[in-house]
Design a protein around this ligand. Structure first.
Ligand code: PHE
Length: 355
């Protein structure tokens, strides 16, 4: 038997047995790879005597075609049978009962932050963020809060080191400092986020949320502050009219400073905003103190403006009728299911800002 016939017979019988894809590929390499048996036979052609050469080459080509075709059809067969196997396994049983879908809810605080951000962005405020862990310069010193100020007291502030250099920010006001240090005026930003104070009762939690507002330009005055807050409160509570009062107050970083109350009444056990003669404090604000501007290298002779800090959780409690602040952070699934928001069915004044 010639070499060629031997190769042919050997591989024909191998290829007819039951093989998987990798075994077929292995045989393919054995025959047609760089050092494959058929490849070698082709290399031999040159050394065969001229009289024999034609016959040998014809025979070799015939065997090559035969084996190649067999390999191709074998691979095709294996692939089809693999697909059939898969289809058999993946059969869908339409008679099975459906699996119930648990769709998560948006936390009322997240929802409120979204609403606040979209309301302010409509009047040109951009949204800034800052870290929860701050240094004492951004949280106090740059904000014109002297060393002996009671807000720095251990009872209020969570310090993270003995030297009192690192702390959990007690308000969102340090984002004012970060924004002004890193950018050039004018500034028109809000900064929502988590804040921390050592406090806990029905209306205070050690972690709570604020949104800071800052508007600095050449001619910004208290009238702008009033107009801005008036617009915001009306939009937020979805009312045409509100009662708002500015009470003189003190913050080291604003001068003059004020606290803002909104008027409300209780009707049929529910809070009605904008009517009645009861007052509720919702924010602190004022004109940014010239010392703060100096601390961030903004010239107070050229620039001035207002800042405010609003308690977000309190706004959420008022708007959505939630009376215990601590429930916000209890992670009670039933509570969240009740007070949370369906992500696909958001309230009317949500304007599509994503967190
Ligand atoms: N940072 C103040 C607070 O937490 C609120 C505030 C912000 C007051 C900006 C004035 C200006 O109580």
């Amino acid at each position: 038997m010639s070499d060629l016939k031997k190769i042919r017979d050997e591989f024909l019988s191998k290829l007819r047995s039951k093989l998987d894809l990798s075994q077929v590929n292995q045989l393919k390499t054995e025959l047609f790879g760089k050092d494959g048996l058929i490849t070698k036979q082709f290399k031999k052609i040159g050394s065969i005597s001229v009289s024999e050469r034609k016959k040998y080459a014809t025979e070799l080509n015939k065997i090559k075609d035969e084996l190649q075709n067999l390999i191709i059809s074998k691979i095709g067969e294996i692939e089809i049978s693999e697909v059939n196997e898969k289809l058999k396994k993946e059969k869908i049983d339409v008679s099975l009962p459906e699996r119930s879908i648990i769709r998560g809810k948006i936390h009322p605080v997240s929802q409120t932050i979204d609403e606040i951000s979209s309301i302010f962005s409509e009047i040109g405020f951009s949204v800034e963020e800052g870290p929860d862990v701050e240094n004492e310069f951004n949280n106090f010193t740059a904000l014109n809060t002297p060393d002996h100020h009671p807000a720095r007291d251990m009872h209020d502030t969570f310090y993270l080191d003995e030297k009192k250099q690192k702390l959990l920010r007690t308000h969102t006001s340090p984002v004012q400092i970060r924004t002004m240090i890193n950018n050039k005026p004018p500034f028109k930003i809000i900064a929502p986020g988590r804040t921390y104070r050592s406090d806990s009762d029905q209306t205070h939690a050690p972690m709570f949320h604020q949104v800071e507002g800052l508007h600095i330009d050449k001619e910004i005055n208290m009238g702008h502050l009033k107009g801005c807050l008036n617009y915001f409160i009306k939009e937020f509570f979805e009312v045409d009219k509100i009662k708002m009062r500015f009470r003189p107050s003190h913050f080291p970083f604003t001068e003059p400073s004020a606290e803002v109350d909104i008027g409300y009444k209780i009707k049929d056990g529910k809070i009605v905003i904008g009517e009645g003669d009861q007052w509720l404090e919702i924010l602190g604000c004022g004109m940014v103190h010239p010392n703060v501007l100096k601390n961030v290298r903004v010239d107070p002779a050229k620039y001035q403006g207002y800042a405010f800090g609003i308690g977000i959780d309190r706004l959420a409690m008022l708007k959505y009728g939630i009376n215990d602040l601590r429930a916000f952070f209890d992670c009670d699934y039933r509570w969240l299911n009740h007070f949370g928001f369906d992500p696909l069915d958001v309230p009317t004044n949500y304007r599509g800002l994503s967190r």
